[in-house]
Ligand binder design. Sequence first.
Ligand SMILES: NC(=O)c1ccc[n+]([C@@H]2O[C@H](COP(=O)([O-])OP(=O)(O)OC[C@H]3O[C@@H](n4cnc5c(N)ncnc54)[C@H](OP(=O)(O)O)[C@@H]3O)[C@@H](O)[C@H]2O)c1
Length: 307
Amino acid sequence: MAIRMTRRITRRDFAALAGGLLVSAKAVSIKALAQTETPLLTRAIPSSGESIAAVGLGTAYVFDEDNETTRSKADAVVQALLKNGGRLVDTASTYGDAESVLGEVTATGGLRDKLFIATKLEAPDAQELKRSLARLKTAKVDLLQLHNVSRKQQSLARFKEWKAQGVCRYIGITCTTRRDYPAVEAVLEREKPDFVQIDYSLDNRGAEKTILPLAAEMKAGVLTAIPYGNGRLFHAVHGKQLPDWARVFANSWGQFFLKYLLADPRVTAVIPGTADPAHMTDNTGAMRGPLPDADQRRRMVEFVEGL
Ligand SMILES: NC(=O)c1ccc[n+]([C@@H]2O[C@H](COP(=O)([O-])OP(=O)(O)OC[C@H]3O[C@@H](n4cnc5c(N)ncnc54)[C@H](OP(=O)(O)O)[C@@H]3O)[C@@H](O)[C@H]2O)c1
């Protein structure tokens, strides 16, 4: 009996050890993958086929006040984005001084041509556009979005004119309020913008069944706003270790949360907000190594729902 028990324990221990070794070997390999020059995750913008790095930077809240401290943080964050292969920066006319801070950093560093700049207007208003371009210190933006679409009849006619005039290369709409999804769907279907920006995170998946399928049908690129639930996801896992099964595709909680979104091929890019260059580097790490498969994604949802 003692021998049989010993054998059973030994086998179990061996299996656990072997499993552990396998996990740590995989964890090492994903770390190595992330650190070396493995291919960067890029996505094609559906309306043009232009390739864009799949992790960008959001600038809501983080660059609100134009002062030396903010500019130096913004510069470090943008440099970290570029150094790690990213390009997309999303801002808005209403994000405090963010457009001005970004414009200053871009002009001082001669970075304009390296970045894909997306901004948002509250309305199709030429004065608002002029102000945004002046603050961003640029003659044209890459993506011009109509912010917070909430009415089905909202038109993108002026945005289309501006695109034709070369003021922007792409046009888009944004929304982060579930009750406005019907308006977003109507505008998406009728106006066929190049992009739709929508709230989508591991714990807020409403867009999966509504906006994402329609965006794919309309051939609109998808930017996921608030991919960390504005930090809510980090609070939920505070003090918790990344589970071993997730270490095969993620090096950090940030990458765990972003890779869930990036594993959906309908997502063009995620735009987490950060004022911290180390976080920016962590976020861009989600463009390296494997993405979770369908089973792993189901497990990720169960995990987050169980928190
Ligand atoms: N209606 C709209 O169109 C709309 C609405 C909301 C947002 N957006 C867009 O979506 C972007 C993202 O949304 P958001 O900034 O509100 O929320 P978020 O990206 O979900 O979360 C941002 C928070 O996560 C933290 N964070 C970022 N990277 C991290 C990392 N690797 N590790 C730990 N913490 C990390 C940031 O803190 P640190 O600064 O310390 O890194 C910040 O507190 C906005 O900036 C904006 O561009 C659009």
